[in-house]
Design a protein around this ligand. Sequence first.
Ligand code: ADP
Ligand code: MG
Length: 254
Amino acid sequence: VAVTDPILEVADVEKHFGGITALDNATFDVDPGITGLIGPNGAGKSTMFDCITGFLQPDGGSVRFRGEDVTAERPPSVADRGLVRTFQIPRELPEMTVRENLALAPKGQSGERLVTAWTRGGDYFDDERDAQAGAVEMAERLEIDHLLDAPAGDLSGGQRKLLELARALLTEPDLVLLDEPLAGVNPTLENKILDHIQRLESEGYSFLFIEHDIDVIMEYCQEVIVMHQGAVLTAGDPQAVRSDERVIEAYLGG
Ligand code: ADP
Ligand code: MG
């Protein structure tokens, strides 16, 4: 696969909930780097993340990741290929510490690694030690290591988002889908999260992230995809998209 090839290709994806059409033949490509996904509430953004990562089965269309069809795969297989998502509402285990949440992450999200831990028997404890070391290292990378022994339920909104990001990164992904990583986050931590994303991108990770603030999109994203009523309204350079009349109308029209 050449560097210029898209990392993710979504083609004609459809999803219905009873009589509601959440996704209506949505089509777009994502190149390596940082891509923004915007659109009014109810546009289908979170449902799209569910369909891409196997949490929901689309009713039609296809999802290809690094050239391979992943449409029918469940989240653990998709994660093993290097494609993971975070949730709009973080899903950490609140009673457990940050350290415990992080030590669980690689095995919890990735079916392949869990199978490896079981089948390798005697190596299990090496894996466990690796998980502990990995948890500490990732916490340091995202500057939440001072929180390692705090119950996850005690974290602020922004700290929980960083824990989600850390958990996602522990699966060793190529592309991370972030569902509103800045929602409910104070401005100081918001800038930190954005700095982390930018630094991680320079280390080789790619991101597709849902964000409402167009100024953030303009500053951090190489491309932006605009969804409206379950379909892709337009996509491309943030500068061009921002001045697109259909985009302005979709937002003003609600
Ligand atoms: P966004 O993330 O862009 O705000 P969503 O993907 O959450 O939008 O929702 C798209 C549409 O699908 C909305 O009309 C929403 O009410 C509907 N929807 C999403 N999930 C479900 C569900 N599990 N059951 C029924 N309707 C749903
Ligand atoms: Mg959403």
